[in-house]
Design a protein around this ligand. Structure first.
Ligand SMILES: [Zn+2]
Length: 403
């Protein structure tokens, strides 16, 4: 009997967005009646909802994932986080494409959706979703991953139709990328890691952005787990991000770097320290077995170059706005705050992408700032203001291009 062998996993709750999301969500996912069961063969996911909503299920390859989208639910009552089973490496919840709430199950081995259904209770209107996954071979998985439901936009998308930001009447979708995580803690000083500090910073920044009512926000990771650099870009693209902001607080040799710095992508680094920084970030992926060379988007180079040519000035404008906003807020800047280097995480050809060194963990003053909630709030407000100013200017630019 299946029940006897069920493995219930009770692990950490993921931080989820607050009021701004709650108001917009229609249905709630309830902790009671929601569970993940793994009997070593099939995996069964049950989700209890306060009401029936449209949903869709699909699988993605590379890495292998099962994606469950709802239109649209609030995850915050799913007080019991599901984490690992033998077959499911991680579970993440958050916002998906516009108007969709997303759950992503990362698979340890290829599995196909054997059953997916929603039952509605006629007396109280609640709904129960059951998803059953069964093991399949790699080829069968790849074949299924090739078929996506209508309206799901996935990489590679070499060129945005007109590069307009934000979508008319819509929210500005920002991808926040807390650097490092999991097997890659990043820099570490005084018992704190860059991965942990940047996750906190990103979650706080998400709140600041959502509260303004002008943004939609996705995080490339919502917990302490490893996400490869190409996957971070893919996640941003699946969410149709208008801008990508990678957040870091690296350590450099003492005395060499302090103050906020904003990086954009370039083949040639601004200086030796920047080059070393970009290489150090690739190294974590290489150690984790990620092939960065083969991941430079699966489209022809010439298309990529064209897309980057169009995106580069928009990226430059974003970096300038952030540096200017930091300056206005009185945040201590690096002597050369606007730099370039070959960061792999900034290689999305079609999404303006910047990497912000919020501060350097190797510097005593920066470290103190990073641990100070008031200082972080000031920095987060500056990033919000910069993103708003940038989006407005970008919309004007896009309108001019269309004429
Ligand atoms: Zn870093």
């Amino acid at each position: 009997m299946l029940r006897a062998a069920l493995v219930f996993l009770i692990l950490s709750v993921m931080a989820l967005p607050g009021a701004a999301q709650d108001l917009r969500a229609l249905a709630r996912v309830l902790a009671d009646g929601s569970r993940l069961a793994d009997d070593g063969g099939d995996v069964v996911l049950d989700l209890a909802l306060t009401q029936a909503v449209p949903y869709r299920v699909f699988v993605l390859d590379d890495p292998r994932r099962v994606v469950l989208d709802f239109r649209e639910v609030n995850w915050s009552e799913l007080a019991v986080g599901f984490d690992r089973s033998e077959a499911i490496e991680s579970v993440a919840t958050g916002r998906g494409d516009a108007g969709w709430s997303r759950m992503v199950l990362r698979l340890a081995r290829p599995m196909a959706v054997a059953e997916a259904g929603m039952r509605t209770d006629e007396t109280d209107g609640t709904a129960q979703v059951r998803l059953r996954l069964e093991p399949v071979d790699a080829d069968a998985f790849a074949a299924r991953a090739a078929h996506l439901p209508m309206g799901v936009r996935l990489p590679p998308v070499p060129v945005a139709p007109d590069g307009a930001v934000p979508r008319e009447g819509g929210l500005i979708m920002v991808a926040l990328d807390p650097g490092h995580g999991g097997v890659d803690p990043g820099a570490a000083r005084g018992g704190r890691t860059e991965a942990d500090l940047m996750l906190t910073f990103a979650i706080e920044l998400r709140e600041v952005l959502l509260r303004s009512g002008r943004f939609d926000v996705m995080l490339t990771r919502e917990g302490d787990w490893f996400v490869s650099l190409p996957e971070r870009i893919t996640l941003a693209r699946v969410a149709r991000a208008d801008a990508f902001v990678s957040l870091h607080a690296d350590a450099l040799a003492a005395g060499r770097a302090r103050g906020a710095t904003v990086y954009s992508l370039s083949d040639t680094a601004s200086d030796a320290a920047s080059e070393a920084l970009a290489e150090a970030h690739d190294r974590a992926d290489l150690l984790a077995g990620v092939d960065l060379a083969g991941n430079d988007d699966a489209v022809a180079d010439v298309l990529l170059d064209l897309a980057r040519l169009e995106t580069a000035p928009r990226t430059g404008a974003l970096a300038e706005q952030i540096v200017a906003a930091f300056d206005r807020a009185g945040i201590a800047l690096h002597p050369n705050p606007r730099m370039e280097a070959g960061f792999s995480v900034l290689k999305a050809a079609d999404i303006p992408s910047v990497l912000v060194e919020v501060g350097f963990l190797s510097d005593a003053r920066d470290r103190e700032n990073l641990l100070d909630p008031d200082w972080r709030a000031m920095m987060q407000a500056a990033i919000r203001d910069a993103l708003l100013a940038w989006a407005e200017a970008d919309q004007v630019r896009a309108a001019l291009v269309r004429q």
